[in-house]
Design a protein around this ligand. Structure first.
Ligand SMILES: Cc1ncc(COP(=O)(O)O)c(C=O)c1O
Length: 393
């Protein structure tokens, strides 16, 4: 008989049907050119990993990766797992990681059997508190992972300084933060590894897909990443007809397909307008919700006064009586949700995470709420949501 975890709460608010007047929480962005791109690929010799993947990697790297090598994968989780493997983790390693994130950030670490040291969130955003990291580093620390939650930059000056000072690689989980700029530079400038996600509801999608950008001149590292992506085999050599290659590392099947890359290639010319739209909507939320009783806008400032451009993937607020607010919106046809949960509450992390206290997370775990922000909603929709919230619940 199936059992539920201790903390399971059945929801009274299943997903809404998409119909007139309803505002769903997420919606994929598919470029108008995607169908013809995919059709061309389907009629070609390559539908698995082929020339479209290479082209997508090249164009993506020029746009987001400052020209560094880009390795396309079947999912962002795959890209993270490859990065973790490149850090040479083993059962004796410790990895410093965010407590609050999609579990996909941390699950690949369980496969590497490491000890995870979670970092609490900050009291004014759901990003991890990077000021705690230096105090957590010891001889066993082999990697540091961060997430720019919702698109808000997470301590990149400090993380970059730590990576240089201690020689411990920093992996940025950039699943939420395509287009993020810190001091005018893309994420990949700031640490050795940066992962992107093209999962269905991200800024742009390939159905499912990911990218690993490696900011390192070590050609051996890049070759190794490519081998790990495909069983440990040197694909170029094998496709070139050298069948006698030995396989010396255990890789997996993490590659992107040309079908997926075609959807991605069609989306790339739209990235700036997608981002602009999302940033505009997030700014409206910010202006309208700051100062509303019972609400704190928790997505960080949207404008670049602090030297950044927000990735604008999620609009998150902190609300008193959060469940009542969620229900009030739901009854009016508007979805909202907590989306991610603190990872230490999942049984799978109990064994591997170092026991610690997380006072900031304890304080806000029931109160954060994510509001709709995507290409299918417009400014009037955001005003409607803000009008309802301003009237109280
Ligand atoms: C923060 C974060 N990390 C990692 C992932 C995993 O990315 P993917 O679904 O592309 O594997 C997601 C969501 O999908 C995410 O939100």
């Amino acid at each position: 008989m199936a059992t539920e975890p201790d903390n399971y709460e059945p929801t009274e608010m299943p997903l809404l049907k998409e119909e007139d007047g309803t505002l769903v929480l997420f919606h994929p962005f598919i470029a108008p050119e995607a169908s013809s791109e995919v059709a061309a690929t389907l009629g070609s010799r390559w539908i698995g990993e082929g020339p479209k993947v290479k082209l997508f990697e090249k164009k993506f790297s020029e746009m987001e990766g400052a020209g560094f090598p880009a390795i396309a994968t079947g999912a962002g989780t795959d890209a993270l797992h490859i990065a973790y493997k490149l850090c040479g983790l083993d059962a004796d390693s410790e990895v410093i990681a965010p407590l609050f994130t999609c579990t996909a950030t941390n699950i690949p670490l369980l496969h590497e059997r490491v000890k995870i040291r979670f970092v609490d969130v900050m009291s004014d955003s759901l990003n991890m508190d990077v000021s705690q990291i230096r105090g957590m580093i010891n001889k066993k620390t082999k990697a540091i992972v961060c997430v720019h939650y919702g698109g808000l930059p997470c301590g990149l000056d400090e993380l970059s300084a730590i990576e240089k000072e201690y020689g411990i690689p920093v992996i940025q989980d950039g699943a939420h933060s395509l287009g993020l700029r810190w001091r005018g530079l893309p994420m990949s400038h700031w640490s050795r590894y940066t992962m992107y996600s093209f999962q269905a509801i991200k800024h742009i999608t390939t159905g499912d897909g990911g990218m690993l950008i490696i900011n390192d001149t070590d050609a051996g590292l890049i070759e190794k990443a490519k081998r790990l992506r495909w069983f440990g085999i040197e694909r170029e050599k094998k496709l070139g007809g050298v069948w006698g290659n030995d396989i010396k590392e255990i890789g997996y099947k993490y590659q992107m397909t040309d079908v997926a890359a075609s959807i991605g290639l069609a989306a790339l010319p739209h990235v700036n307008s997608v981002l602009q739209h999302r940033r505009n909507l997030l700014s409206i939320y910010e202006q309208r919700l700051k100062g509303v009783d019972g609400v704190r806008f928790f997505s960080g400032a949207v404008t670049g006064e602090q030297g950044y451009e927000h990735g604008a993937w999620l609009c998150t607020i902190l609300a008193e009586k959060r469940k009542d607010l969620q229900k009030m919106l739901y009854d009016r046809g508007i979805e909202s949700n907590q989306v991610h949960y603190r990872n230490d509450r999942y049984s799978i992390f109990r064994e591997s995470a170092v026991d610690d206290e997380y006072p900031n997370m304890d304080r806000i775990q029931d109160n954060y709420l994510v509001l709709p922000l995507h290409n299918k909603i417009i400014a009037e929709d955001v005003h409607r949501i803000c009008d309802l919230i301003s009237k109280g619940w």
